[in-house]
Design a protein around this ligand. Structure first.
Ligand code: AMP
Length: 406
């Protein structure tokens, strides 16, 4: 079990909190969706109420240091944290000290001037080239700013960066408190249930979709060991169907994964679509037909699972006690090919006996778009992080760095 912010003794201490304030921004520099800031509030409020001096760090967007200096400056301007500080201050109902730099006297003075219960937000951690390389000098400099560390950025916990791994490993070695925030605690508890399956939580059914098999190879291998059934939809399914000798028309396929797909299928755990909604074009579908069986008509591509597959997949889902879902089973962004993914959401929420986890990214977006988000047991905030949690048996760097409570 990981220690959490709840049990920390933080009064008067400078606590560095790694939050995920990587919020979508509008062209005019305002915030498009403040969900991620809202999600961090319970941890921040807990620390404020306990009289900690709170130092918040987060990345925002990407800055490519291989580009020309003027492009780097442009990226920095675009990914400036100032609007986030303003929004946070509004949501918290108290002032937030915003420090426009990531190192130097201005930052150190602002930290030293913090009073108990005050909150500071540092500029974007990615303004520093060393952040994503977990540069030891940068990690040690930032670690000196704090007396303790809280990890509350689940979406970044699969990355070994200075702000996710460098700082806590230094502070932990110095005997300082490091712990998970409330958001990370919730994520870890939910995903551990999909990693360490107890017998009375079976059958365990995973649903995988999306476009690329190669992206999900490792996770399929781990899931084959853990699950009772893996339902595969989306473009991924056509690589499997081709490997089994079916005609897949113009459907997306990764030919270099055919042998691997065949090997996985031999496990006997994989359930594939038995019909598909097909179109003559991805961008401009003027002819849409439903295939009778696995084979896709020549000149067409499979863009969603068909009605017979919906029935088959829903039956498997209805039998489950634990469900992990990652990846839409069709091109859900287009209404014409959204029925399959909608039906998967419906089947999962209809199964009231199951513990259900949606693994972030596109599946979380689909669940939100169709209005199901609140009905799952857990919707992860980290697409990459949740997949890697499963893939690596519950071990990702930003969580492993926080030692279990003895
Ligand atoms: P991924 O990032 O691998 O999870 O893929 C998500 C994307 O897969 C979504 O944008 C879907 O539109 C797309 N997708 C799902 N099913 C298909 C399909 N049958 N053909 C092409 N793209 C698909």
């Amino acid at each position: 079990m990981k220690p959490t912010v709840k049990n920390m003794n933080v009064k008067g201490k400078r606590i560095i909190v790694r939050v995920d304030f990587n919020v979508p921004m509008k062209e005019d520099g305002s915030i498009r969706d403040n969900n991620r800031i809202v999600a961090a509030l319970p941890t921040i409020k807990e620390l404020v109420n306990k009289g900690a001096r709170v130092i918040l760090m987060s990345h925002l967007g990407k800055i490519d240091f291989k580009k020309a200096p003027e492009d780097i400056e442009k990226a920095k301007k675009k990914n400036n944290m100032a609007p986030v500080a303003k929004e946070l201050s509004f949501l918290l109902g108290q002032d937030v000290v915003f420090v426009n730099v990531t190192r130097g006297e201005e930052l150190e003075n602002a930290v030293n001037n913090l009073k108990d219960g005050q909150v500071l937000l540092m500029q974007n951690t990615r303004y520093e080239k060393g952040e994503s390389k977990n540069d030891p000098e940068l990690a040690s400099y930032w670690a000196k700013l704090g007396d303790g560390f809280v990890m509350d950025a689940f979406g970044s916990a699969h990355r070994a960066h200075c702000s996710t791994v460098g700082i806590p490993s230094i502070l932990e070695k110095e005997g300082k408190q490091v712990a998970c925030g409330y958001l990370v605690e919730k994520e870890v508890n939910a995903l551990y249930r999909c990693v360490e399956i107890k017998d009375d939580e079976r059958p365990y059914v995973a649903i995988l979709g999306g476009s690329k098999v190669s992206d999900k190879i490792q996770v399929i291998e781990t899931l084959l060991k853990k699950t009772d059934k893996i339902v595969i939809g989306g473009a991924m399914a056509y690589t499997f169907l081709k490997a089994l000798g079916h005609n897949i028309g113009n459907s997306l396929c990764e030919d270099d994964q055919l042998d691997y797909a065949k090997k996985c299928y031999e496990s006997g755990k994989i359930v594939l679509p038995i019909d598909s909604v097909c179109a003559n074009s991805f961008d401009n579908p003027t002819s849409i037909v439903t295939s009778e069986a696995e084979d896709i008509p020549t000149g067409y591509m499979g863009l969603d699972i068909g009605p017979k597959s919906i029935e088959l997949f829903s039956k498997v889902i209805a039998s489950a006690k634990t469900i992990f879902w990652n990846g839409p089973v069709g091109v859900f962004e287009n209404e014409k090919f959204a029925s399959g993914t909608k039906a998967i959401c419906q089947a999962i929420v209809d199964n009231k006996n199951a513990f259900s986890v949606v693994g972030g990214g596109d599946s979380a977006a689909a669940a939100k778009q169709f209005g199901y988000s609140k009905e799952f047991s857990h919707v992860s905030t980290g697409g990459g992080a949740s997949l890697e949690m499963i893939q690596f048996d519950g071990h990702i760097p930003g969580i492993d760095v926080i030692p279990d409570v003895k």
